[in-house]
Design a protein around this ligand. Structure first.
Ligand code: ZN
Length: 860
């Protein structure tokens, strides 16, 4: 394994040796204080430092101390430099020793080629590698503002505890997970402090594409920031523990700290859960020793979910935990105990009487940012102290879990066949797995399992690997337990209930339990499939397969470069066999040949030749797409932008003011409403909550303009709940949502993968398979209640067995109903995409529903 990982580190990122060792060892009591650089004490009321101010401080600390080294780990989505600090002793931080300790952590984590005795020796020789981060959620300001003071104290303190931590631990001190957001939020607050909007919320996503969903990207690695940090976590340093700091404790507790509440994901090793509980208890104990009351455990945050910065480590045999401190603001607040709720939500724990997981209830009073910061720093010390005191135990534990995982894997493997139609998307999935350090092989020859033969080039993921819990969790269905509140309503999972990667991505994967013996190579990164062009210039046109997602990318780029593109209305004969309706055609010619070849090469496409012009085609031109952008930060809108940019669909953002102004048809062929309720779009943010330009929504006048846009020939595309707008507001609309107003006891799917049936011959469904997995978040289901002639329902829920992964209550309600409805309305059309078709840029399997809908507007 070593050559693979070494090669990978060389490919994907900067290495720790990029930092410079300092020549001298200045007196640590002359270190710059945070105030000397920021201009104020960190965590002072009414003050927030930007990311730039904070990194200036870390730069100054790095320069003055040889107990801290800063390194750049990549660019953010907005182009800022993202940095990471490493804190230890000067001796541990020499380039040779950093390399040595990094190597030990990696060898133990991978657990390959070691005897138990060797592993014990390495554990004795190594240092605990402990990650602590700040600022993932930029509106949760206390962690961000804590980082400079904590770093100063950790570097400077001469206490026995601090010395032991520096000696025994390599602390990966990450001052900011989301630098762009910190600067946006701090500037917004400092621009408004003292004014009427001092405590108003920032009206945009604070992470360019994801906002708060930047903590939903950790198995998918879409965002640049996730990649920068994933590289450190799972390709370079393999910390034995990861501590991720947030704000939102179950009120009125002052901080939430694990143990987490149930359910627990059965794939997480027991030793990880024990480690999380132990770490959490060390933190809460520390707080009570310091008189910091009000820490609560076993509330709100469960241990089922995969995909967050604290949860993905748990599937990598790492102790992954978070804390959630109260009061995310620099504005102080009086907490009136008379207004406290009597009980916490989970298991009805009293907020005033001591109990096992809330033994020192908070009694109220004034609360300042400094209080939150001081709680966070105390938990950080407890964490690092526990990391130091059981150094060998943590290191050897990583090895033991890895070794057990390898042994438990047996012969079970996941084969990703190279002969699937959209193999390019399969290669993308392999890279998603590789970001998480899953071992993947690519077969050099064809091989058989049972009576199925897999061609050379197929990928194999064996369960016998150190991060087997992660493999098993991502590549199998989640079976979320049916858990209810005392009143019988479903107990809401913390986040998604199911996320099975190949279901979301529409990739064929065969799980097999048989010894696969085939020559193969370890995959560092999967490259795009080998491109193929017709052997000679076709008589009529080059054809792009509509079943392949990146055919859309190619078609968009070819159109933009001036090539004429059409789509066939029926199946078409090509030199690669019969391709389905919706096949893209580009007339053959000298200019198109070069461009098509370029696209094929870049995207790994198989391009076919078509000899004669098919009878029925429809011209496609680049549609003018408007993407509705409501104020307040809608992650679904951000992810939609991300997907459109990845697949080269140009778009313009349409704001409330544009919708209110009308004349939409002059600018757009297609308008897209990302997932949002009708009421949210109509009313927007409350008047007075933000400057007037951000409040008030699209208004009834704007909704009337949308209706007019469709009546005059425009295409309106709605995603998930946004279907409410045309259904409730257009009048005489021939479709209703059968789930509208149904209580959660009767219908509930809190983020699950569900089965649908597709009629693939309609322009909305071109290129899709007949059985399609879709992502449902208690999504609408449609039935035709008006003029049936004006509606087609090309995607429907099957009559039974709808749940594929996660949790679904009330399948009877949606069985046989439509998941997609294509409605002719006036001279235009409304396409209701009833599932989260672009869900967090994970649901590659359903992207075509969005792409096809956009192209409808360009068919003229
Ligand atoms: Zn958070």
């Amino acid at each position: 394994m070593v050559p693979l990982v070494a090669a990978l580190a060389a490919v994907v990122g900067p290495s720790a040796s990029g930092s410079l060792a300092k020549a001298s060892d200045p007196r640590e009591d002359n270190l710059p204080t945070p105030a000397s650089v920021l201009g104020f004490e960190p965590c002072t009321d009414y003050k927030l430092a930007t990311y730039e101010q904070i990194t200036d401080y870390f730069g100054a600390l790095d320069k003055a101390s040889d107990r801290l080294q800063m390194m750049s780990i990549g660019k953010t989505s907005e182009g800022r430099d993202q940095v990471l600090g490493i804190v230890s002793t000067p001796d541990n931080l020499t380039p040779d020793n950093l390399k040595k300790y990094r190597g030990i952590a990696e060898r133990l984590a991978h657990a390959r080629g070691l005897t138990d005795a060797q592993a014990k020796d390495l554990a004795a020789e190594g240092k605990t590698v402990a990650w602590v981060d700040f600022g993932i959620h930029s509106t949760e300001v206390a962690p961000t503002q804590t980082a400079p003071q904590f770093a100063y104290d950790l570097v400077r303190s001469e206490s026995a505890e601090a010395k032991s931590i520096r000696e025994n631990v390599i602390t990966l001190f990450n001052p900011n997970v989301n630098p762009d957001g910190t600067t946006h939020i701090s500037k917004w607050y400092m621009d408004h402090v003292g004014g009427p909007y001092q405590d108003s919320s920032y009206p945009e996503l604070y992470q360019k594409y994801a906002g708060h969903d930047d903590n939903r990207d950790w198995f998918m690695f879409n965002l640049q920031e996730t990649r920068n940090q994933g590289d450190i976590l799972w390709h370079q340093w393999y910390p034995q523990m990861v501590y991720n700091t947030h704000q939102t404790a179950a009120y009125p507790a002052r901080i939430f700290i694990p143990p987490f509440k149930d359910p627990s994901n059965p794939n997480i090793p027991a030793e990880v859960i024990r480690g999380i509980n132990l770490m959490g208890d060390s933190m809460t104990q520390r707080l009570d020793r310091e008189g910091k009351v009000g820490a609560v455990s076993r509330q709100q945050y469960d241990q089922w979910w995969n995909g967050g910065l604290r949860s993905v480590p748990a599937f990598h045999n790492q102790i992954g935990l978070l804390s959630e401190t109260a009061h995310a603001s620099a504005t102080p607040k009086f907490e009136d105990p008379a207004k406290f709720p009597k009980e916490f939500p989970y298991q009805g724990v009293s907020t005033s009487e001591p109990s096992a997981f809330y033994p020192s209830p908070y009694k109220g009073g004034w609360w300042h940012l400094k209080d939150s910061c001081s709680y966070i720093e105390s938990t950080g010390w407890a964490y690092l102290n526990t990391a130091a005191s059981d150094r060998e135990g943590w290191l050897y534990g990583a090895y033991r879990m890895g070794k057990q995982a390898i042994e438990a894997g047996g012969n079970v493997a996941y084969v990703i066949p190279a002969d699937q139609t959209d193999f390019a998307t399969a290669a993308k999935m392999v890279n998603v797995l590789r970001w998480g350090d899953v071992e993947v092989e690519q077969a050099s020859r064809a091989f058989a399992v049972g009576d199925r033969t897999y061609p050379a080039g197929s990928y194999i993921v064996r369960e016998a690997q150190p991060f087997r819990p992660y493999v098993v969790d991502l590549l199998n269905p989640q079976n979320y337990p049916d858990r209810r509140n005392p009143d019988g309503t479903p107990e809401r999972p913390y986040d998604m209930a199911g996320w099975t990667l190949q279901y979301q991505m529409g990739v064929d994967v065969d799980k097999v339990d048989a010894k696969i013996d085939v020559p193969s190579r370890q995959v560092t990164w999967a490259s795009v499939p080998t491109p193929q062009m017709p052997s000679r210039t076709p008589g009529y046109a080059y054809a792009l397969d509509p079943r392949v997602n990146d055919s859309y990318t190619a078609a968009m780029q070819l159109m933009r470069s001036g090539e004429k593109v059409t789509r066939t209305l029926e199946a078409v004969q090509t030199d690669q066999g019969t391709w389905p309706a919706g096949t893209f055609l580009v007339p053959a010619g000298r200019s198109s040949e070069v461009k098509v070849r370029g696209q094929a090469r870049g995207l790994g496409l198989t391009v076919a030749g078509v000899a004669t012009e098919p009878a029925k085609t429809v011209p496609v031109s680049g549609p003018r797409v408007g993407l509705y952008h409501g104020w307040g930060g809608n992650s679904d809108e951000g992810w939609t932008r991300y997907v459109l940019e990845q697949f080269k669909f140009p778009y313009a953002q349409v704001h409330d003011a544009d919708v209110r102004a009308g004349s939409l048809a002059k600018k757009y062929d297609v308008l897209v409403l990302p997932d949002a309720t009708y009421s949210r779009m109509l009313n927007g943010l409350r008047e007075g909550s933000l400057p007037a330009e951000y409040t008030g929504g699209m208004t009834a006048a704007g909704v009337a303009n949308l209706k007019k846009f469709v009546e005059e020939g425009g295409t309106l595309v709605t995603v998930n709940d946004a279907a409410q707008l045309p259904i409730q507001a257009f009048g005489d609309f021939p479709v209703t949502d059968v789930t509208e107003g149904v209580p959660s006891t009767k219908y509930y799917s809190p983020g699950s993968v569900v089965a649908t049936q597709v009629q693939p011959t309609t322009p909305v469904t071109w290129g899709l398979p007949e059985k399609l997995d879709a992502y449902s978040s208690t999504s609408p289901a449609f039935t035709v209640t008006g003029d049936a002639g004006s509606v087609s329902t090309p995607v429907t829920y099957p009559q039974g067995n709808i749940l594929r992964s996660g949790w679904l209550l009330g399948e009877d309600l949606i069985a046989g109903k439509a998941a997609v409805a294509d409605v002719t309305y006036g001279k235009g059309r409304v396409v209701l995409l009833g599932t989260s078709v672009q869900h967090r840029a994970q649901a590659h399997g359903t992207y075509k529903l969005l792409f096809n809908s956009l192209l409808l507007g360009g068919e003229r």
